[in-house]
Design a protein around this ligand. Structure first.
Ligand code: XLS
Ligand code: NI
Ligand code: NI
Length: 437
């Protein structure tokens, strides 16, 4: 049975193609920078936005009505499995991602919820086996149900903490069962509304305790996925503890957890934190913690987590530049944590959106490769910092200088000669690199 009768298989047709159901830039087997595009990009479809979200917003009801929406909860869950595998096949995507709540309905008790999960996980396993598709990552939803009103790992209620721990335990078992490459922790409600009623010290310690329990249990059951934390500064909470890369890294350092985690960087979360996407990626990379990407883009005029499909070539170019400089994403990938606009409510839009996102990243990869191969940015940066490779600069870098030795140098070094940073020239060359591929 087909869920998307009107949608054909989508293949690479090249730049000249006018076929809306074709990739113009994503050619999976094409070699770019030493690897196939497919190996570099490891695209993933996100269960929640694509097969669960229906275009609701705080002012409006569901507009995207899918063929499975009239079914009973468990049948709906089964139909969604068929839908996602058909979509992965048609889009030629190898990976998918989900929260527990996306794939199976929550039961009246924890035991019932786990039973529902078992039914769907068994079905997913079969479909994965016959299609060869893989799970990039799974996670658990610790934010939608009312019990998480005060948080999950950072709740004031120990019973809710226990429930959250039990839910993560099951999530790890599900990840193991499906051979997930990664397991994600996004701190949906791990934050606070006001310090007036918050024990911040206890909340942070408890969050670390929960993560440590997860590390220990994964080891116990032999689940060897890469653990990822996904920073986000706000939404739903006013202040979230995993605010951005820097905050998350220092949290992991404080609790001696860095060796077990990498970061899953989301473009729209970066801008929500007042950073560029490439800033967040750079910081993660420099700390050896760049793990995976949630690909989307925000709208700076709106400011919130709009989760649009990525279509901005500058951003994907600079993002892929960080990925290439990182030597790739390893077991991570590029997950379209993105949703079609509310007005794009037809099934076909799900495919046009993915095609747009995939091609934008593919072009980003090609222009990033060009930037590196032609040493466009490297040459500027090398030249700009060359004073640290000789004379007094080399001594500073080697740790041979003291305030006294530098004072002696500064006293006789008069005047200091400065040079331009050439930013406009560099931006013009970045444009050329983007237009040339
Ligand atoms: C929400 C997050 C969420 C995570 C997974 O803003 O992006 O979708 O990726 O829990
Ligand atoms: Ni995300
Ligand atoms: Ni998000």
């Amino acid at each position: 049975m087909s869920m998307f009768n009107n949608v054909p298989n989508i293949a690479y047709e090249g730049k000249q193609s006018k076929n809306p159901y074709a990739f113009k830039h994503y050619n999976p087997k094409e070699i770019v920078f030493g690897k196939t595009m497919e190996e570099h990009l490891r695209f993933s479809i996100a269960y929640w936005h694509t097969f669960v979200g229906a275009g609701t917003d705080p002012f409006g009801a569901a507009v995207a009505i899918r063929s499975w929406d009239s079914l009973s909860p468990l049948d709906k869950a089964k139909a969604r499995v068929e839908a996602i595998f058909e979509a992965m096949e048609k889009l030629n995507l190898q990976f998918y991602c989900f929260h527990d709540a996306d794939i199976a309905p929550e039961g009246a008790t924890l035991a019932e919820t786990n039973k529902n999960l078992d039914v769907i996980v068994a079905m997913l396993k079969d479909y994965m086996k016959s299609s060869g598709k893989r799970l990039l990552w799974n996670t658990v939803n610790l934010f939608t149900n009312p019990r998480y009103v005060h948080g999950a790992g950072t709740t004031c209620n120990a019973d809710v903490f226990a429930y959250s721990a039990a839910t993560i335990k099951k999530g790890l078992e599900v990840g193991k069962e499906l051979g997930a490459d990664n397991y994600v922790f996004w701190g949906g409600r791990e934050g606070y509304e006001s310090l007036l009623n918050t024990d911040m010290g206890l909340e942070l310690d408890n969050l670390a305790r929960l993560l440590r329990m997860a590390v220990d249990y994964a080891k116990e059951i032999g689940f060897d996925a890469q653990f990822l934390i996904e920073p986000k500064p706000k939404e739903p909470m006013k202040q979230q503890y995993d605010f951005d890369s820097a905050t998350t890294i220092s949290f992991l350092q404080k609790y001696d957890l860095t060796q077990y985690f990498k970061l899953n960087i989301e473009a729209n979360h970066a801008t929500l934190a007042g950073h560029t996407f490439e800033h967040e990626l750079r910081l993660a990379r420099l700390n050896g913690m760049l793990g995976s990407i949630d690909a989307n883009q925000g709208d700076l005029l709106l400011g919130w987590d709009t989760d649009e499909f990525p279509t901005d070539l500058y951003t994907t170019t600079l993002a892929m530049y960080e990925v290439l400089k990182n030597g790739g994403l390893g077991r991570g990938g590029i997950n379209f944590d993105a949703k079609v606009r509310r007005s794009s409510f037809e099934d076909e839009d799900l495919f046009f959106a993915h095609i747009a996102g995939i091609d934008t990243y593919a072009r980003g990869l090609k222009s990033a490769a060009k930037l590196i191969e032609d040493r466009i940015l490297d040459d500027y940066v090398d030249n700009r910092y060359r004073s640290f490779r000789e004379g007094v600069g080399a001594e500073i870098v080697l740790g041979k200088s003291t305030l006294k030795s530098l004072e002696a140098y500064a006293l006789q070094n008069n005047p200091i000669k400065l040079e331009s940073g050439r930013l406009e020239q560099i931006k013009a060359r970045l444009n050329e690199a983007i237009f040339s591929v």
